[in-house]
Design a protein. Structure first.
Length: 139
């Protein structure tokens, strides 16, 4: 991770992340759950430090996250979910889906499944807020 962080400092996250994400996918079968967790947390930490994100950063981070989301281990899925949530917070779900349309079907499916899981929760929160607002108006 230190070497990759040094590369990010030298060339920038936008240039490095797409390539690192491709290699993470390529070698993921050889990386254990703990290693994937560390890699995803490393990526999340760097991504969260970025203020002005661009398409390359977001697509690279979402690609990286989708490898974690599609993994069989909870160790990798949890930080994969946290990473994609961070990307969506900065860029929006629709844009993330558009940027990741070229990913393999299994990675796209994992990403879409994670994103769709979050939507009903938001709907319930909004419905609850509407009920509370309506009740406040009545009283």
């Amino acid at each position: 991770a230190k070497a990759c962080t040094s590369w990010v400092s030298a060339v920038g996250l936008a240039k490095l992340l797409p390539t690192v994400a491709e290699k993470f996918q390529e070698y993921s079968a050889k990386i254990n759950g703990e290693g994937k967790k560390e890699a995803l947390e490393w990526c999340l930490g760097l991504f969260n430090q970025e203020i002005d994100v661009n398409d390359a950063m977001c697509s690279g981070a979402a690609h990286f996250a989708s490898v974690g989301l599609g993994d069989k281990t909870t160790e990798a899925r949890k930080p994969g979910g946290a990473l994609v949530d961070a990307v969506v917070d900065k860029y929006g779900a629709d844009k993330v889906l558009a940027l990741t349309s070229s990913l393999s079907n299994d990675l796209k499916s994992a990403l879409e499944a994670h994103l769709s899981r979050g939507r009903p929760t938001l709907g319930f929160k909004a419905a609850g807020a509407a009920v509370m607002a309506a009740n406040a108006i009545k009283s």
